[in-house]
Design a protein around this ligand. Structure first.
Ligand code: NAD
Ligand code: DAU
Length: 353
């Protein structure tokens, strides 16, 4: 797998090895978003082989494939934060497009060295996002797998490009690919640049809770271990060449999310100054901010029988509890690089309406 030191990838490794002894080779560059602390419980576990390296490094990827001879590549590695893609799109083009291209070419070469059964069984599972479909109005139907691609940010455009490469490597070269397009994830070990962990971490520090624009943008939230179980199903039983949308039917506005977090924190970790909701601050909107995402998950439910295990209420409570229980992890991710990012993103934003 690639990107297994990031938020979803690390949750995937931990969930996988909790229920299987099949080993994982984990290739991750350890950018600001990669954190080996998350995998510290696997330090002496021979089933997890960690390799620090770049998915754009063809020689390294070729060597790892020849050495470990995997039955599948599960590709999580990406630059993943929309705001960062607005400030610096170059890394997104490099990792998300060039990196995926490098992996596809390496996979194609490696698969050709397998016997007929190995070639038939091999899978390249590409983890993508619902953002490739663009933005919905309130009355639009949720995204199905046949929705036209209309990416609006440098991040979603780079992911869309990578999805197209994956599709083409199937049609042109017969590579047995699978693509998943998932909605917004939340849960343990998410880097506090994304909405939910940022709000929890800021609230606990007594800092403002910055809502972009009017707070009415809608996202469709899925607990991370439900995303991981969907990926395992697609890897095991998905049809090569197919794409699968993954979501939990949990559409919420951003302001609803932040009020829900404040209410949970008021209950689980009350502060003497009054409700955490007093920290809510409206700030200038994200440029090109997509208004609404919503996933129609009927295909994966129908064809693979997948269902999320968590509701939003159970998942968000577990998430808040996890951040309350891991103050040291929060302190550790507040590295110099993280502080520099907070300064770049928020110091130039004026007050919103
Ligand atoms: P993340 O930013 O937390 O982690 C990304 C990981 O990729 C990090 O460990 C980083 O070190 C690694 N990485 C970055 N560039 C690399 C490179 N050139 N070579 C090797 N490793 C590199 O991301 P995430 O939130 O865990 O997302 C994982 C995947 O899931 C991404 O492809 C993302 O597009 C997709 N996705 C994310 C969400 C979400 O809500 N977070 C939803 C749908 C899909
Ligand atoms: O939809 C899937 C995508 O979800 C993934 O592909 C991306 O990797 C992931 O980052 C996420 O993208 P979003 O842009 O939706 O997530 P983010 O957490 O950055 O923002 C969620 C919403 O909250 C969005 O409407 C912007 C808003 N927001 C975000 C931040 C960081 C705020 O209002 N204030 C903030 O400070």
């Amino acid at each position: 797998m690639t990107g297994g030191a990031g938020f979803i990838g690390a949750n995937f490794v931990l969930d996988w090895l909790a229920s299987s002894d099949e080993p994982i080779v984990n290739l991750d560059l350890l950018t600001y978003a990669g954190n080996l602390e998350t995998l510290s419980s696997l330090r002496d576990d021979a089933r997890h082989v960690f390799v620090q390296g770049d998915i754009c490094d063809r020689a390294l990827v070729d060597r790892l494939l020849a050495e470990h001879r995997p039955r599948a590549i599960v590709h999580f590695a990406a630059e993943s934060h929309v705001d960062r893609s607005i400030h610096g799109p170059g890394d997104f083009v490099r990792t998300n497009i060039d990196g995926t291209f490098t992996l596809l070419e390496a996979a194609r070469g490696y698969r050709a060295t397998l016997d007929a059964a190995g070639q038939a069984d091999f899978r390249f599972l590409h983890i993508s996002t619902d953002e490739v479909y663009g933005s919905l109005s309130p009355s639009d139907p949720a995204f199905t797998e046949t929705k036209a691609y209309e990416p609006n940010s440098p991040y979603s455009a780079s992911k869309a490009a990578s999805d197209h490469l994956v599709r083409a490597w199937h049609h042109t070269y017969g590579l047995p690919v699978l693509t998943t397009n998932c909605s917004n994830n939340y849960g343990p070990w998410q880097f506090p640049e994304k909405l939910i962990p940022l709000m929890i971490v800021n609230a606990l520090a007594g800092k403002p809770l910055p809502i972009y624009g009017d707070g009415q943008n809608v996202r469709d939230w899925l607990y991370v271990s439900d995303h991981c179980s969907a990926i395992r199903e697609v890897l095991a039983r998905g049809t090569p060449g197919e794409t699968y949308n993954i979501g939990g039917w949990n559409e919420k506005t951003n302001i609803e999310i932040v009020h829900a977090l404040c209410a949970l924190l008021d209950e689980m970790h009350p502060r003497t100054e009054g409700s955490y909701s007093q920290l809510i601050t409206y700030v200038t909107d994200r440029p090109g901010h997509d208004r609404r995402y919503a996933i129609d998950a009927r295909k994966i439910e129908r064809e693979l029988g997948w269902r999320p295990a968590e509701t939003f209420d159970t998942g968000i409570r577990k998430t808040v509890q996890w951040y309350l229980d891991h103050p040291q992890w929060i302190a550790d991710v507040h590295s110099g690089a993280y502080r520099a990012w907070v300064a770049t993103n928020y110091s130039t934003r004026g007050q919103g309406a």
